[in-house]
Design a protein around this ligand. Structure first.
Ligand code: AMP
Ligand code: MG
Length: 359
């Protein structure tokens, strides 16, 4: 049993020049340097950070999240000079991606240096590194003056946090502080790309799209393992765990629009008859079709089917909102696997844990 600690809630403005924000970032940086764990906003989701060079500090991340220790963490750097501290052999292709997308939601898998804490890489010879595109995150890393290892700041298995309130609900009493910088932007995690193989291999789709990477590298592949519950041994250890799941059972229905809606209605009626509280993960376009129906307890709009980036932005908050409403059975349509749709579908498929119907 972990002892409860007091979690400081520190409000910060994106304008880090602001005096009060600065004081709070100084405070959080001091905690990082003292080997404590601090949640902070990034442009993707909230991260749970600790000194990436200290096994003792990084151990507290795994403990707070309940994360399996064979699932490595991403190292966040605040300036380019920190890259050489954690990674070796940056290839020309890796440098091209850095030039094109950093700071931003792209994590490069590179050969690790011995300075990186063993717990960060889960014993692998490689390390995942990125420079986040968020003024608070960058200022925190700069002030801490060490690279910060940070997974998403949720309890392992839960939807990732896109607000400080999500972090508080999962981790209050378990971590030293939460820097509250408001809602995050992209809404899903960074893209993870393995640069130690040729062609480069996308291990996890995320905030930088396959299309964008292809336009820079010319050639890039996608790991078939992330296209759902592949039984094969996953290359990115994080891929084998159930993730992002709401407490209710999520079902995805794909196919032609009218057939999908019929199937969704059938599933909802069935669930309602068995006494469950039901919900629909809808879009701006489909929400009105479901609201007011006696067999649906909650219709939550999540972005728009014509704007996949908006679906990504709202996705985790929507999954968490079903929990707040005690919804036990959720159905969702699927989205095209292009641009941000690839990351959205990857997260939805994991949250649905294989409950996917094609009609
Ligand atoms: P999270 O920080 O919770 O978003 O998860 C980080 C993701 O990056 C997980 O899917 C990890 O498995 C993956 N990752 C981190 N480091 C490595 C690495 N060295 N090799 C492969 N995947 C990695
Ligand atoms: Mg995570």
């Amino acid at each position: 049993m972990v002892n409860k600690i007091e979690t400081k809630l520190l409000h910060v403005d994106k304008n880090v020049e602001d005096n009060k924000s600065c004081v709070h970032i100084v405070d959080a940086a001091r905690l990082i340097r003292a080997g404590e764990v601090v949640a902070f906003p990034t442009e993707t989701v909230y991260g749970l950070g600790a000194n990436a060079l200290s096994d003792e500090a990084v151990g507290k991340i795994y403990q707070a999240k309940g994360r399996p220790s064979d699932n490595p963490l991403i190292v966040h750097i605040g300036e380019m000079s920190q890259l050489a501290l954690v990674a070796r052999d940056v290839s020309d292709d890796a440098q091209r991606l850095i030039d094109a997308f950093w700071p931003g939601p792209l994590t490069l898998i590179l050969p690790s240096t011995s300075a990186v804490a063993k717990l960060v890489t889960a014993g692998l010879p490689t390390v995942g590194v990125r420079m986040p595109d968020h003024p608070v995150a960058l200022e925190l890393i700069r002030q801490a003056n060490v690279p910060i290892a940070a997974p998403s700041a949720n309890l392992s298995g839960r939807p990732s946090p896109t607000s400080a309130e999500h972090v508080r609900k999962d981790l209050a009493g378990k971590i030293a502080a939460i820097l509250d910088g408001g809602q995050t932007g992209v809404g899903v995690e960074s893209t993870v790309i393995d640069m130690t193989v040729y062609p480069a291999l996308i291990l996890r789709p995320g905030g930088v799209t396959y299309e964008q990477i292809k336009s820079v590298l010319g050639q890039v592949e996608m790991d078939p393992a992330f296209l759902v519950d592949a039984e094969t041994s996953p290359r990115s250890p994080g891929m084998k765990y159930a993730h992002y799941a709401p407490k209710g059972e999520l079902w995805l229905v794909s196919g032609e629009t009218a057939a999908v809606r019929r199937k969704m209605e059938e599933l909802l009626l069935q669930a309602k008859r068995s006494g469950l509280r039901t919900g629909v993960l809808a879009t701006a376009e489909s929400a009105s079709l479901w609201s007011g129906k006696p067999f649906v307890d909650a219709v939550l709009p999540c972005g728009s089917s014509s704007d996949l980036a908006a679906v990504a932005r709202d996705l985790y908050a929507t999954l968490r909102a079903f929990d707040d409403l005690q919804i036990q059975f959720i159905v969702s349509e699927t989205f095209p696997r292009t641009d941000m749709g690839l990351a959205v579908m990857n997260r939805l498929e994991k949250a649905a844990a294989g409950r996917i119907l094609s009609v």
